[in-house]
Write a protein that binds this ligand. Structure first.
Ligand code: ACM
Length: 545
């Protein structure tokens, strides 16, 4: 069976008579399994037409669900076993999450039609006898979606949560704010979305492109939208990590509230939401008023993202140019008052403030690896994006780390070197390159390696104007990434690329049924190209490899 991600062990008798479901299977859901039972009735029920009523007490049931916490001992709390014999199928999970991942495996075993939303007439469902025993390598198996550069409407986010869950990924990091848009309703600061969620036009292609898309762009999630997203994710054992990026990447907020900017060096009242890409010099002013403003933002955010499902809050911290602080008499005065080491010290003061503030509220701060500069409070975690170095330094210094080096797992980067890739940017990172990504660098001490919580693939959307473009960049590479973070290697460095590629044949059919606009192995379909729109490196220059 072509399972992706590949399980720990699978012994399935495809040569023997399978278990054949009758027309009206019943579900025996034991205590604590209600969530997975609900999901099976909804998703498998749609594909098969089954109602899956609860088995009468004492009867077995064609599908039996139970929690088996002891199973967690060898393979971890998210482990599960699927056993299929002449009596049907039993799913045992070490936890509710493990059970849910087992249900995802069951769906893959049933074949691609199990991903349809209505049954095919006359379809008979069967499963091979045998057993799958499985558990993940890492607890943080994530994808970051940038909904700031291009907004993804709520329905698309819910769809992505289902796609993550189908790949046994369990973290959705939402990049909610940037220079080009503010995407979450904040009741006490309504202009953040009234003004900050819209821009009149967008650069079409890389910033080196001379083209503009003159269609206004925007959108935001209401607070109830966010509550729905978080609850929908939690039901699928996916945690949502919200990111509010400070003190850089803040022009949309400054456009909404000009007093947030460095008003003594720039006429912030004249700023709009940015319509271009790149690193922006309009950063937050290092004032107490700005801290109070953002405390208000985070207060509302903490209510939307409850601690049990979203313990981590991401504060960005990346790419904050210091020119305005250098030029600003007010910022310079602040450096003297605080006694910090120059502009870098101001950045560190900013992040440390929110670290203490979040810690006091029972949360954990996570930020991009720039937050290491100037020293970091002990509980903070780091998203290592500028290669492995930040992650190595952070882990050796005792911080938890999520590996997401841009050279390996930035899915905005092109998938092939040819000129037909749409708006090609960055490094060439093929499906095989992503498959060969190793989250734990060999140089780490054993102690530090244990601090690598896992990894995430990051999806920056400057050149992805809609869901279809996001699908193209994300798939099929997310399937390879899922295997990297879920499946344990038999030996370090031992990746069975040929085996994965063979299993992908079936996975492409699943993605087709799911309506995913992935990049086909032979390259983009004609409508997936963007001829004439400049990427970077530009045509004629060699791609970065
Ligand atoms: C980043 O890519 N600026 C985190």
């Amino acid at each position: 069976m072509d399972l992706i991600p590949v399980p720990r062990t699978a012994a399935l008798r495809e040569d023997a008579a399978p278990y054949v479901f009758g027309p009206r299977p019943v579900l025996g859901a034991g205590p604590g399994t209600e969530g997975t039972a609900r999901w099976l009735r909804r998703e498998l029920g749609a594909a098969t037409g089954w109602d899956l009523p609860q088995a009468t007490p004492g009867a077995t049931g064609d599908i039996r669900l139970r929690l088996d916490p002891e199973r967690g001992e060898p393979l971890g709390p998210e482990s599960y076993a699927v056993t299929i014999d002449e009596n049907g199928v039993e799913l045992a999970g070490a936890s509710a999450a493990g059970l849910f991942w087992g249900a995802q495996t069951l769906r893959q075993l049933l074949g691609p039609d199990a991903y349809r939303r209505a049954p095919l007439r006359g379809r008979v469902w069967s499963l091979p006898h045998g057993k799958v025993v499985d558990g993940p390598r890492f607890g943080w198996r994530g994808m970051m979606l940038d909904v700031a550069r291009h907004f993804m409407p709520k329905d698309g986010v819910l769809r992505y949560i289902d796609l993550l869950a189908a790949h046994k990924l369990n973290v959705l990091h939402l990049h909610l704010t940037d220079d080009q848009g503010w995407r979450v309703e904040i009741k006490r600061h309504p202009r953040l979305t009234e003004v900050g969620a819209w821009r009149p036009r967008s650069r079409w292609g890389h910033r080196a492109s001379l083209l503009w898309n003159e269609t206004p762009h925007g959108g935001f999630y209401t607070q109830d939208d966010i509550r729905e997203i978080v609850a929908y994710a939690a039901e699928r054992h996916v945690r949502v990590v919200p990111e509010i990026d400070v003190p850089g990447h803040s022009q949309a907020a400054i456009a909404a509230y000009p007093e947030l900017g460095n008003t003594d060096v720039v006429d912030t009242a004249a700023l709009g939401v940015w319509d271009d890409w790149g690193i922006n010099e309009n950063v937050l002013a290092p004032t107490e008023a700005v801290l109070r403003f953002y405390e208000g933002v985070f207060e509302e955010l903490l209510e939307l993202f409850p601690a049990d499902v979203s313990p981590f809050v991401h504060v960005g911290g990346d790419e904050c140019p210091k020119e305005q602080w250098r030029a600003s008499a007010a910022a310079q005065e602040r450096i003297r008052e605080l006694g910090v080491a120059g502009e870098d010290g101001l950045q560190s003061w900013f992040i440390r403030h929110f670290d203490a503030w979040l810690t006091a509220r029972g949360r954990r701060l996570i930020g991009w690896d720039e937050i290491l500069e100037g020293g970091l409070a002990p509980g903070a975690a780091v998203s290592s994006w500028r290669g492995y170095a930040g992650g190595i330094a952070a882990a050796e210094a005792g911080h938890d780390v999520v590996m997401c080096p841009e050279q390996q797992v930035y899915l905005d980067h092109r998938q092939a070197g040819g000129p037909e890739e749409p708006m090609p940017i960055g490094y060439v990172r093929s499906l095989e390159d992503v498959y060969r990504f190793e989250p734990v660098p060999p140089k780490l001490s054993t102690e530090a390696a244990a601090r690598v919580l896992g990894a995430q693939a990051n999806v920056w959307t400057e050149v992805m104007e809609n869901q279809s473009r996001v699908d193209y960049q994300v798939f099929p590479r997310l399937a390879a990434f899922a295997e990297v973070v879920w499946s344990r290697l038999p030996e370090p460095g031992e990746r069975d690329w040929a085996g994965f590629e063979a299993r992908m044949a079936e996975h492409y059919v699943r993605l087709d049924v799911l309506g995913v606009d992935y990049r086909p192995p032979a390259g983009p379909l004609p409508w997936q190209r963007r001829p004439g729109v400049l990427g970077r490196p530009i045509e004629g220059e060699p791609p970065i490899v």
